[in-house]
Design a protein around this ligand. Structure first.
Ligand code: ADP
Length: 719
């Protein structure tokens, strides 16, 4: 499907107008002239030719050619038409007219665009439709949808002209009625009276209802239905019915349409034979059954478009003598008269459905879409567009411009306003370019990828742009994590492994004095510990993420936990002074002892690691005053633990990100220090599992203060 949303309305109206111009009782050449003129208004080509073979009632067929008025003096080249007929698909060429190539013509040589379309319908070639344009690129853009949509209408006109030449319309199809049958005078009048309504009916449902009602009235049948033929699935699809009670009508409105195989029923036989059929008593006819209780007589007739049955009108009656030759003739004539309007209505329906379908796709896509005019004004947008840019609930003014209003709306969150402005500038300066950019938003962090492509009208003129916005935050984040993971694995795994392998190789191959041996083994042990720590962190992280960590909670005293911790940390505290400040009468907490140890251990080791020149590390623990709790913290009694260092500190931009997995501030200090970027995200996960919160304050070059809360024991026991 290549219909652009801005074109579908134009095409719909072109189909409707073309159908109106092609029908009627005027001589065919007049109707075609009007049709050619309409087409020229739409496609802006130079001239048109229609070659067709009229299958007259008698034997053989006659070739006719129709040319648009105000024809170009250059003769048409029949070889091209023959090639199109052989090819069976729309063909486009750049051709040279006049000069030597035009068979001695005196006209100057010009280059032109040529488009030839075979009029195929129902597996048969009805004619060749050709267009020429002075502009070599002119017909490249003539949409195939438009031409393809018009071809069946032309086929129907040619078919009808062959069977009933203009001016002498027959009342019935030759060949499928017993000879000698004619319409009764009153039936003829009914048919003539119907002309206007049939020509006006463009809506498929209205047309089929009209046909059915008239068939019921004239035939006197008690019940009737119209089914469309689904050739692909060899099935009939019930479209309209009358006289079967309200229930049948209601289920037709709401439920899926009733379908049945063309192998069954009288209507199926009609599809297979292409002929109208009449049965006086379906209850005694083998292979048939009544459509409703008490029904006996059934009459079914095909509406044939392009040699194929497109629909079947089915009439039934409890009276076995209800239908005779008069009713059969009328229904046949009605069906023949309905072919062109039905073909037009089916195309109209198809075009409406494809336009509705496009509209639904537009609205339901998770990608934010907006059609923008050449000045940057939003003409139409989908709900995802509003939600991705956070425009919900915002009163969007009548005219909303991407370069002004969108940027103004985003300004507080735009990480780099200049690049967004430049993007809009490039869009203005190069309207034909496909553009793409990533807009980084902050608070909360979000990466939006914006694609902007030009939109064009049927003459290939740029009408504006389509903006497509998608949220790529997760992709970018997982890309970054993948890269970080690889670099961490290569560094944090390789370094200890290299020393372990190096030292063990030495120990295996040579004898060393006991002191040296001891030193090597200690190094191997320390490095293996580092590896085990990394594995623990990775496992810990994935277990927290998978929600698999269960807390083993008890009422515990933080003072005891600290005692164990400081003993464990003693070896690392060479250049640092650890000051511990625990409030008197600190209430016990309700927590998982090992996890609390891990939280404080992580923060203290970070404080040591990231203050390489030594200094003081303060560990403070007291019950939090309400004003000390971070914004949005749950109410109640909480113990506040804080770890303050005098180390390298963290830049403001990095502060929100240090909690992310594998995120490491990138500077010479941190690169030298090493780490996995997992510690803080595990720490945060563990604090939050306890219901607490963790936060940080830091100043670059002066130090950081990490603090978190844990619930007081009796407070939790109360809940
Ligand atoms: P790791 O220390 O293994 O890199 P973390 O998740 O513990 O991973 O910390 C993430 C990043 O936060 C560190 O790389 C570091 O840049 C920064 N960071 C953590 N703690 C401190 C601190 N006390 N002082 C300065 N920077 C810190």
């Amino acid at each position: 499907m290549t219909v652009r949303p801005d074109q579908s309305a134009q095409m719909l109206s072109a189909f409707g107008t073309a159908a109106r111009l092609l029908q009627g009782d005027d001589p065919l050449h007049l109707r075609l002239h009007r049709f050619f003129d309409l087409l020229r208004d739409t496609l802006h080509h130079r001239d048109t030719r229609l070659t067709c073979w009229l299958q007259s009632v008698g034997p053989g067929s006659t070739r006719q050619q129709y040319y648009s008025a105000d024809a170009w003096p250059y003769p048409w080249d029949d070889r091209l038409a023959r090639a199109v007929a052989r090819g069976g698909v729309i063909a486009r060429r750049v051709i040279t007219l006049g000069g030597d190539s035009a068979g001695g013509s005196q006209l100057p040589a010009v280059r032109a665009a040529y488009l030839g379309a075979p009029i195929m319908w129902g597996g048969r070639l009805w004619g060749i439709f050709e267009l020429r344009a002075e502009d070599v690129d002119g017909l490249q853009v003539a949409t195939d949808e438009l031409i393809n949509g018009l071809l069946p209408q032309l086929a129907a006109v040619i078919a009808r002209e062959g069977e009933y030449p203009s001016g002498q319309r027959a009342n019935e199809r030759a060949g499928d009625t017993p000879t000698g049958l004619t319409l009764r005078a009153q039936d003829k009048q009914q048919l003539v009276a119907l002309n206007g309504s049939l020509d006006e009916a463009i809506d498929l449902h209205a047309l089929l209802s009209l046909l059915l009602r008239r068939a019921l009235e004239v035939s006197g049948a008690e019940t009737g239905a119209v089914a469309l033929v689904d050739h692909e699935r060899a099935e009939l699809v019930l479209h309209t019915c009358e006289g079967f009670g309200d229930e049948a009508g209601a289920s037709l409105q709401s439920g899926p349409r009733q379908r049945w195989s063309v192998e069954t029923g009288l209507a199926g036989r009609v599809v297979q034979s292409g002929r109208a059929l009449l049965v006086r008593d379906v209850t005694v006819e083998p292979g048939l059954h009544a459509a409703g209780a008490g029904l006996r007589a059934e009459l079914a007739a095909p509406i044939v478009i392009g040699g194929r049955t497109a629909a079947v009108i089915i009439l039934s009656s409890p009276r076995s003598n209800a239908f005779g030759d008069d009713q059969l003739s009328f229904v046949r004539a009605l069906c023949a008269r309905a072919a062109l309007p039905l073909s037009r209505a089916m195309h109209y329906q198809e075009a409406i459905e494809s336009s509705l379908y496009l509209g639904q796709v537009f609205s339901s896509l998770p990608t934010g879409l907006a059609l923008i005019d050449i000045h940057g004004k939003v003409l139409r947008s989908n709900p995802a567009w509003d939600s991705l840019w956070g425009l919900h609930g915002r009163v969007v003014r009548e005219s909303f411009h991407v370069s002004l209003d969108l940027i103004a709306h985003l300004l507080p969150r735009l990480h780099d306003p200049l690049s967004m402005t430049q993007f809009c500038d490039t869009m203005q300066r190069s309207p034909a370019k496909d553009l793409i950019t990533t807009v980084h938003l902050t608070h909360p962090a979000q990466d939006l990828e914006v694609r902007s492509v030009p939109t064009r009208d049927s003459k290939d003129r740029i009408t504006g742009r389509l903006w497509a916005v998608s949220d790529v935050t997760r992709e970018r984040e997982s890309d970054r994590m993948k890269t970080e993971f690889v670099s961490i694995v290569s560094h944090e795994l390789r370094t200890p492994l290299t020393s372990i392998l190096g030292y063990t190789e030495l120990l295996l191959n040579r004898e060393f004095p006991p002191d040296e041996r001891q030193q090597f083994i200690t190094t191997v042990y320390t490095e293996a510990g580092r590896l085990s720590h990394l594995v623990e962190d990775l496992l810990g992280m994935s277990r927290i993420e998978a929600g698999k960590v269960k807390l083993n909670r008890w009422v515990i005293s933080l003072t005891n936990v600290l005692y164990e911790l400081t003993t464990q940390l003693n070896t690392q505290l060479m250049n640092h002074r650890l000051l511990i400040d625990i409030a008197n009468e600190l209430p016990p907490i309700y927590a998982d002892r090992d996890k609390v140890k891990q939280i404080i251990f992580n923060l203290l080791t970070n404080a040591i690691k990231y203050s390489p020149r030594g200094g003081e590390i303060q560990l403070g623990i007291h019950e939090a005053r309400p004003e000390e709790l971070p914004a949005g913290h749950a109410a109640g009694r909480w113990v506040l633990v804080s770890v303050r260092d005098q180390g390298i500190g963290i830049a403001n931009d990095d502060l929100p990100r240090i909690w992310e997995r594998f995120y490491r501030v990138d500077n010479t200090n941190t690169r030298r220090i090493g780490g996995t970027g997992l510690g803080l995200s595990i720490t945060r996960g563990l604090v939050e599992l306890h219901g607490g919160q963790i936060a940080v304050e830091s100043e670059l070059g002066r130090g950081s203060r990490f603090f978190f809360t844990l619930p007081v024991a009796n407070e939790l026991a109360k809940r």
